[in-house]
Design a protein around this ligand. Structure first.
Ligand code: G6P
Length: 740
């Protein structure tokens, strides 16, 4: 409706301009025409009467001539007729104005027209010679000038209407053509948007589009606005995540890909099948999300009972208690594991990306195995995909090459790759002999996520240094091989409320139970550290912190204990084995040196299930997370989530991504043992009210920025990207069609 009005107004404006432009010419034309009209009618009247008038020139013809004149004067628009002889009016019809005088008529050889005013009666006088000029007999016809005027204004009106008609017709026709062109354009764009919304699969040709930068800018502004709206307003939980997925990506297929599997079937020493949840931040985060979204999770089957648990297609539904998604296992030979997992991923990329001063090792055979296993995962994705455009969520540094391999096989897939560990600066990454291939592999992604903006910046900087590509720093995107990958920060988190909180004892009971289990007096103050036995976690450093605490405050001996729960991990690797040995020795040494009724450092090197971990968190006065470098660290967030009593203090490394979000923790430098000792003391002596205030703020933070939000934001970004790509493609197509 608004569009129609706009075109109407345009047509009107064009009409007005046309009419104003032609009006002076039109008026002159009408005046001329009116004059000619009178002249013609006059001439016709005279022609018709001339012979009769000439035949009535005898002396007794006067009355008959008068009758004739009366009749002629009745002609339309004629005022009067008369006969002038030598300048005198001989005869005239009765309406001849009183002031008429023959002398006033100009003398000429032919007809003469004069305009005259007889006491308010305006006339146009035509005089026709009836004889030679010498005798000067003229037949005079007076036309009513008012009649002339009326005809003239009538003609003007007709002309005006005609001009308007023609101009409006032309303008309307032009507007109609423009409207039709715009309408077909709009319809095609609208169709494109609808297609995108309905998730209709279209052929994606990953060629750089030539759509105007204005459209691109408008779309990215739209993106930005929506992004802020989501961030501020949505309360994320499994239900909202499911709704977001159903609304924004209707009918889409989600495939998660990671090295570590969410459920490990193991046969224990008695031959019993047990299902274990691995100690992995990646798994803690992704598992609740996959439970909410459904779909397929492809991972390495590493458990001793894994093969028995799957069906003929290597699939098993999990969680075992209430199946919600398919786990598709991939089998790796020992040789493959050696090269791909232990070698390239954990001796090469892991130390490369963490600043823990452990030298990365790159071996060519490991690299080949890494490529081969990445191929295996990519093939499994293609085999599992039921549609040509699945949403593939690739996890972590084990699978850096998989995004490109999947993109090559499924060009329409939306690939979101999340890098769970830090990304080092470009100089550090530059030492990797396969840096170009790794970056090329990652840039097969549609979206590449890191925990922090800092790591995004490091990645973009590395790309800039390592390969030839087009980097757009406004939108943080990188175009390589005609495909644009967006680099975005998504701080990972945990589910809220955590499943492990279900069935937890009240805090006083948990305190009692844990102290009893550890053989500690009930009133002892307990600090806990819980993680994998990894050199990036700063386990030795926190022990030095405990040492510093007890050295400065020996009065705490017998009243304080530090319990370190450490799950053995990657133990085949020398660095991990030696760390465990070193930690055990250090714990013993510090405990012995400070003495007391019980070991001040208790190191429990075994896997703890989430329920046990949460019980420990609830029993402790404080939790220490002293990572030397960590992408995020979910232990910090789990401790906060476990403390529904709003008590307990978190000591957190400044080098863990979590410190950006949990500012109410006591933030420490793990390399500074003295400062860590002081932080321990501060935590142990902190008033309950201060603990409550800090804990409350942190709990609000973790609750709001939970893992459903993490996944939701990635999926919403993916949805926008899919829509944007479809619109762009259809506009391209439409343009191509329009250009013939
Ligand atoms: C880190 C990595 C994960 C990995 C986890 C456990 O959190 O980012 O990808 O799963 O460590 O390590 P593991 O080698 O046992 O899988």
């Amino acid at each position: 409706m608004r569009v129609t009005m706009r075109y109407g107004a345009i047509a009107l404006a064009i009409t007005l301009v046309v009419v104003l432009a032609i009006w002076p010419f039109a008026t002159a034309f009408v005046n001329q025409w009116a004059q000619r009209d009178v002249e013609m009618r006059s001439q016709m009247l005279f022609n018709a009467a001339r012979d009769q008038v000439l035949s009535l020139q005898g002396p007794e013809d006067g009355p008959r001539l008068t009758v004739l004149m009366e009749r002629l004067a009745e002609d339309e628009g004629v005022l009067a007729v008369g006969l002038c002889e030598s300048g005198t009016l001989r005869l005239a019809s009765s309406d001849m104005p009183e002031g008429f005088a023959c002398e006033q008529i100009a003398v000429g050889a032919g007809e003469v027209f004069t305009r005259a005013d007889y006491a308010g009666i305006r006339a146009m006088v035509a005089a026709y010679p009836l004889s030679a000029p010498a005798e000067d007999v003229r037949f005079v016809i007076l036309h009513d000038y008012a009649d002339v005027e009326e005809r003239r204004s009538q003609a003007r009106i007709f002309l005006l209407l005609a001009a308007i008609g023609v101009a409006f017709g032309g303008a309307a026709l032009a507007s109609l053509v423009a409207f039709w062109i715009m309408r077909s354009w709009t319809i095609s764009v609208r169709r494109a948007i609808e297609d995108a919304r309905e998730g209709r699969a279209e052929d994606i040709k990953h060629t750089p589009t030539e759509i105007g930068t204005e459209i691109r800018a408008a779309l990215s502004e739209l993106d930005f606005a929506r992004r802020s709206i989501d961030t501020v307003h949505t309360e994320w939980n499994p239900e909202t995540l499911r709704i977001a997925l159903a609304n924004e990506l209707p009918g889409s297929e989600v495939i998660v890909v990671s090295n570590r599997e969410p459920y490990i079937h193991n046969r224990d020493e008695n031959g019993e099948m047990i299902v274990q949840r691995p100690a992995s931040g990646l798994v803690s985060a992704l598992e609740p999300v996959t439970r909410a979204c459904g779909g397929t999770w492809i991972a390495h089957g590493s458990g001793t009972g894994d093969r028995e648990a799957v069906d003929g297609n290597d699939r098993v539904m999990v969680p075992p208690s209430s199946p919600a998604y398919t786990l598709r296992r991939i089998w790796l030979t020992d040789e493959e594991q050696e090269g791909y997992y232990y070698g390239f991923a954990n001796e090469g990329l892991w130390p490369l990306c963490h600043i823990a001063f452990v030298r990365p090792v790159f071996r060519e055979p490991d690299w080949r195995m890494y490529q081969k296993v990445n191929e295996r995962f990519a093939e499994a994705v293609v085999a599992e995909a039921k549609r040509p455009d699945p949403i593939v969520l690739i996890q972590d540094y084990h699978l850096a090459l998989a995004p490109r391999m999947i993109r090559d096989r499924l060009p329409d897939a939306t690939i979101i790759t999340f890098w769970h560990i830090p990304w080092p600066n470009s100089e550090t990454f530059g030492i990797c002999p396969y840096k170009e291939e790794i970056i090329d592999g990652l840039l097969g992604s549609s979206i590449l996520g890191f925990h922090t903006q800092f790591h995004c910046n490091n990645f973009i900087e590395t790309v800039d240094r390592v390969i030839e590509s087009r980097i757009d720093r406004e939108s943080d995107s990188i175009t390589l091989k005609g495909y644009e990958a967006f680099v975005r920060p998504y701080p990972i988190s945990i589910e809220w409320p955590p499943a492990a909180m279900e069935g937890q004892k009240p805090v006083p009971e948990a305190r009692k139970a844990v102290r009893k289990r550890l053989g500690l007096p009930e009133d002892v103050q307990l600090a806990v550290g819980i993680e994998r036995f990894d050199y990036t976690k700063g386990i030795l450093d926190r022990m030095h912190g405990v040492d510093a605490l007890l050295t400065a405050h020996p009065e705490l001996i017998g009243h304080f204990c530090f319990m370190q729960a450490a799950a053995p991990t990657r133990s085949k690797l020398a660095n991990y084995k030696s760390l465990q040995e070193e930690a055990e020795a250090l714990a013993r040494e510090i405990s012995e040196r400070h003495g007391g009724p019980f070991d001040v450092i208790q190191l429990v090197a075994r896997h703890h299930d989430p329920e046990e971990v949460f019980e420990l968190f609830r029993a402790a006065e404080l939790c220490i997370v002293s990572s030397l470098h960590d992408g995020m660290n979910l232990v910090a967030k789990e401790f906060v989530a476990a403390r529904d009593d709003e008590q307990g203090v978190l000591i957190l490394s400044a080098f863990a991504g979590a410190s950006r979000e949990l500012g109410e923790a006591l933030i420490v430098n793990p390399y500074d043992a003295h400062a860590m000792g002081e932080a321990f003391y501060w935590a142990l002596t902190m008033e309950a009210s201060e603990q409550r205030e800090r804990m409350r703020v942190m709990r609000e933070q973790v609750e709001a920025r939970n893992v459903y939000r993490w996944a939701g934001q990635m999926l919403l970004d993916a949805a926008r990207l899919r829509k944007k790509q479809r619109i762009m493609r259809l506009i391209e197509k439409e343009r191509g069609r329009a250009q013939g």
